[in-house]
Design a protein around this ligand. Structure first.
Ligand code: AGV
Ligand code: CA
Length: 312
């Protein structure tokens, strides 16, 4: 069994990632932290607790709320999705929430869970790196107990997904929310596997994928995934700033099923100032990172089905 601590930021693909982590037969989920970055914190926290109740096979977990704040806030329209997801009937049949909120804020909860857990812990992070950066500042010795960090964030091809003023379009949102946090984590010796935008562009949300899920509604977790992805825009006629990709789900599935992706070793750094702040880039004497380069599209979606069906 592998110990995994999951820190996410409450968007649809973050919450689907949580659902899938709860199904992985070889994963012991040791903790969950939620940051209200690409979400409002309260519904993201509640939805996380309800997903653990409904799809967690009785696991005893608690969920930590982050008090981290970003430098560049996410668009409000995107953050509102967490309210809709939290209100889905499939998460609200019980009418009560059993999974408790952890006593400490997410960055301190991360330290506690990593230090308390026998052996090493794998971190999966699908939002900004702020909680990990703050944890490293409080207790730098956690690196000895962290096996690897799987992160959805950044991009190396210069094509960002931030359409905001006063930046140059080269950065990915999770990195842009808190560029200095990326730098702090890059300066640590934690092994990193990164899913950036270059690979996630190969797995857009499409009408065909939605239809594939619609035909499997007899499986409650696939029904939930279909309902969740109904809240966000698919790639239909052309790509817009709001088009949804399976960003976080790719990072999460690749952490458990490495055969669905190919990777390459790069050395890199991150800008923390100027119009490109948050840009991750390759540089010869930079910090080593394992970058996911390509996805086996069909194998990836098949793996999602296989995991989701385990929740039946
Ligand atoms: O940049 C991708 C990250 C992922 O962690 N998030 C969404 C995923 O959870 C930010 C984001 C970029 N474009 C978006 C985003 C969009 N069109 N809608 C919502 N969030
Ligand atoms: Ca996310």
């Amino acid at each position: 069994m592998r110990n995994v601590y999951f820190n996410h930021d409450g968007s649809v693909d973050d919450l689907v990632s949580l659902l899938l982590l709860l199904q992985m037969p070889d994963v012991t989920l040791t903790g969950v932290g939620v940051v209200g970055a690409d979400s409002y914190l309260e519904p993201a926290l509640a939805a996380s607790r309800k997903i653990i109740d409904r799809f967690g096979h009785g696991v005893q977990l608690n969920v930590a709320a982050s008090n981290s704040r970003g430098v560049h806030p996410f668009p409000k329209e995107w953050r509102l999705d967490a309210f809709s997801l939290d209100a889905l009937p499939i998460l609200n049949e019980a009418g009560t929430i059993n999974t408790p909120v952890a006593s400490k804020p997410a960055h301190l909860d991360l330290i506690d869970k990593v230090q308390e857990t026998a052996g090493k812990t794998t971190l999966v992070m699908t939002g900004p790196l702020t909680d990990l950066a703050r944890a490293l500042e409080v207790d730098p010795t956690i690196t000895e107990k962290i096996d690897k960090l799987y992160w959805m964030g950044g991009t190396f091809d210069g094509r960002g997904n931030v359409a905001e003023p006063e930046q140059d379009g080269t950065t990915e949102w999770n990195a842009f929310w808190d560029p200095q946090a990326v730098k702090t984590v890059w300066d640590s010796d934690i092994a990193i596997q990164m899913v950036g935008l270059e690979s996630t562009r190969q797995v857009p949300l499409t009408p065909a994928i939605r239809q594939h899920w619609a035909l499997q509604r007899q499986h409650p977790a696939i029904d939930f995934i279909g309902q969740g992805y109904a809240l966000v825009p698919a790639l239909q006629h052309f790509e817009t700033n709001s088009t949804y990709f399976l960003w976080d789900v790719l990072a999460t599935v690749a952490s458990d099923s490495p055969e669905v992706v190919t990777t390459k070793e790069v050395t890199s750094d991150v800008l923390t100032t100027g119009p490109g702040r948050g840009r991750t880039f390759e540089i010869s004497d930079g910090r080593p990172v394992t970058l996911v380069t390509t996805v086996d599209h069909d194998a990836f979606f098949k793996r999602i089905d296989e995991l989701a069906i385990l929740a039946d």
